[in-house]
Design a protein. Structure first.
Length: 373
């Protein structure tokens, strides 16, 4: 029991500091987010597309199909499954039509594909036409219900990626977006190099704002702003978002951060604090960009899930992840696909959680051995 007599408080040198009543000493109060309603955050899992597109070795179709299926069963409700691009330019995206046709598709999961041009959209529509004419169309979700379109915030990057200028890319994109919307597809837009460009350096955030506005006016339901090079810092992300928000509702924006300089998770939190509610991430930290020299992987899904634990934010997911995305399952998937690629997962949280799991298993085994002695 605490004494009611005055409490003597001493400095590090042993001299009296001050006299106070014990009743005046109170515990620090911390906000307990666990008991409060969470702010919902959506995760767009881009590993199967953005994560794998820069791999050098050939990845079998079966592995890609299994990756997408595993992610859906872990609770991911938005998965970018592939891209209808020319295999000549992005070999790893070959076979996307076969992949989305073969994969077991779950209800309440959006399976998006990236299409760079009308030819890419035609490829997807051909797959959907085959699906619509099959008996499965009455009981099985379609291979895809969403396309992703993209441009950039600098002409230099757009020319390297699409062989055209920003303005020309938007002109070509508009009829493709209209055609997709007419077919009942959702359309999501990307603005690459929203912070820095590998060819021209610092980006004019006014251009990011202008391009984002045009994509929304075109019919995109959301625009993902990409720190494609991974050079962005929290202060730069904040400045960029404040500029874009002058013309674009923040609820229509998503954050897409690469982790080249180790700032991706910090940038995720900055985006969330500025009102963004959708984050792109990649299982195992897979990724890179064939048109962005030096860029490393996307922010790892494991790192985002781990960092948001205990915060005021809650990850949304499907019933398979019990309403969220299962961190343990995502960690295992990150290691599984990394091993298929011949390396370890680059996710910091994934490595630590995997090491803990192995250590706990070894300790449990040692305990069983001692119990038998």
């Amino acid at each position: 029991m605490l004494s009611s007599s005055p409490l003597r408080v001493f400095t590090s040198s042993g001299t009296p500091f001050r006299s106070c009543s014990a009743a005046l000493i109170t515990r620090r109060k911390f906000r307990n987010y666990a008991t409060q309603a969470k702010i919902p955050v959506n995760i767009v899992e881009v590993g199967p597309r953005d994560g794998l597109q820069n791999e050098k070795g050939v990845i079998p179709v079966d592995v890609k199909v299994e990756l997408i299926e595993k992610l859906a069963l872990a609770g991911c409700n938005n998965i970018e499954a592939g891209s209808f691009v020319s295999p000549k330019w992005v070999p790893q995206m070959a076979g996307t039509g076969e992949i989305i046709s073969r994969m077991h598709r779950l209800p309440d999961v959006h399976y998006a594909v990236l299409v760079p041009n009308q030819k890419g959209l035609d490829g997807l529509l051909s797959v959907l036409n085959t699906y619509n004419s099959s008996p499965d169309s009455e009981s099985v979700p379609p291979p895809s219900d969403e396309i992703s379109v993209f441009t950039a915030a600098t002409d230099a990057f757009t020319r390297a990626n699409l062989n055209t200028s920003i303005a020309e890319s938007l002109v070509k994109m508009a009829p493709m977006v209209r055609a997709a919307l007419d077919k009942g597809l959702r359309v999501r837009g990307y603005v690459s190099v929203a912070i820095a460009c590998p060819y021209t350096g610092q980006v004019d955030y006014k251009k990011v704002r202008e391009v984002s506005r045009e994509l929304l006016e075109m019919g995109c339901y959301e625009v993902s702003l990409g720190d494609t090079v991974g050079r962005g810092t929290p202060s730069q992300v904040a400045e960029m978002l404040e500029e874009v928000k002058k013309d674009v509702p923040v609820e229509k924006l998503a954050g897409h951060f690469h982790d080249t300089f180790g700032t991706a998770v910090a940038n995720v939190f900055t985006a969330l604090e500025h009102g963004v509610r959708t984050i792109d991430s990649s299982v195992g930290g897979l990724g890179g960009c064939p048109y962005s020299p030096g860029a490393t992987g996307n922010v790892a899904t494991e790192d985002v899930l781990y960092a948001l634990q205990g915060s005021k934010y809650g990850i949304t997911g499907t019933e398979y992840g019990k309403g969220t995305i299962d961190l343990d399952q995502i960690t295992e998937i990150g290691w599984w696909i990394s091993e298929k690629l011949g390396r370890e997962s680059v996710s910091r949280a994934g490595r630590a959680l995997r090491a803990k799991k192995i250590r706990d298993a070894e300790m449990a085994k040692d305990g069983e051995v001692r119990a038998k002695l």
